[in-house]
Design a protein around this ligand. Structure first.
Ligand code: ADP
Length: 290
């Protein structure tokens, strides 16, 4: 089965600063690096590295060969990424010596998606293929509807969390993925206890406490513990978990096996700095599962 991921692609411009800049202050960075980012790209990289055929649907700037080369280098099919007039999206990230970060996102090309282009790609998908969505692109709701009509298994990662967007997606998805904070916000803002969320399946990641998958039809809950590791950077842990879970499901793994694979992968990912470049390979995941 193929995983189609309609999602954002960013260049993360990472500045290590001696302290967070105060209003009006000009500050020199101690170190600077550029990495691939965006929730969409992170999930595609995690999924492809875990061994799934992963088609990323998205948009980058006309001149940007770097992002495509990065994605391709990680094994992602980039043939359905459009080049548009806007610049590739980016995130300006400040990280202070305590590890605290502060981020400004410029959506750029991520905001210039074409629903017709998405429709044309999904027209080639087969029943049972997986469609992965997050909240960093327009047309998510329309795309979920297309996925549902084509009998794809629609996984929606409800981040960044926006209560209205999440509510609008619920009728069209099969599996809702949230972290603990997002789940609490959904329950509070939408006055909707987890058990009442009207989707077939809900997955909640719980950081160092692992994750649960609840089948909403019968209330059964499958839990996976997180593996004990020394985490150095948890940026992208949720994206790693979701991308690898999609890869495992695309291979026909059952719920428990998919959770175990995703948990093993995320435990490796948090021991390395960065988001996309920290995603483990299938060999690394398999070795951890031995
Ligand atoms: P997000 O990155 O979206 O906030 P979480 O923090 O819940 O998501 O992390 C996602 C998954 O990553 C967890 O379910 C767990 O499997 C793994 N993970 C996160 N933090 C740790 C940790 N400190 N040790 C081991 N695994 C972790």
């Amino acid at each position: 089965m193929t995983v189609y991921n309609f999602g954002s692609i960013n260049r993360d411009l990472i500045h290590e600063v001696p302290h967070m800049p105060a209003p009006g202050e000009t500050l020199a960075a101690k170190r600077y690096s550029v990495g691939l980012g965006g929730k969409g790209a992170n999930q595609s990289v995690a999924c492809a590295r875990a061994g799934a055929k992963t088609v990323h649907i998205g948009a980058v700037g006309q001149q940007d060969t770097w992002s495509l080369a990065q994605l391709e280098g990680f094994g992602v099919d980039v043939s359905q990424i459009r080049r548009v007039e806007a610049e590739t999206g980016h995130a300006v990230i400040y990280v202070d010596p305590t590890g605290e970060n502060s981020i400004v996102i410029q959506h750029g090309a991520n905001a210039e998606q074409s629903l017709e282009a998405v429709e044309a790609v999904l027209a080639k998908a087969n029943s049972g293929d997986i469609l992965l969505l997050q909240n960093e692109t327009p047309f998510t709701e329309e795309t979920a509807k297309l996925g549902r009509n084509r009998d794809l298994f629609v996984i929606y990662s409800a981040a960044p969390f926006e209560p209205d967007a999440v509510s609008a997606m619920l009728p069209y998805i099969d599996l809702l993925v949230m972290n603990r904070g997002e789940c609490e916000e959904l329950e509070r803002r939408n006055k909707m206890p987890l058990a009442d969320i009207p989707v077939p399946h809900v997955l909640v990641t719980l950081g160092a406490d692992g994750a649960i998958w609840r089948d909403q039809s019968d209330g059964s809950v499958t839990h996976v513990a997180a593996r004990k590791v020394d985490a150095v950077d948890t940026t992208g842990a949720g994206d790693c978990f979701t991308g690898v879970l999609a890869a495992a499901l695309s291979e026909g793994k059952n719920r428990k096996q998919a959770l175990e694979m995703a948990s093993a992968a995320a435990a490796i990912q948090v021991t390395r700095p960065g988001a996309a470049p920290a995603m483990p390979t299938r060999d690394e995941i398999d070795a951890a599962l031995q």
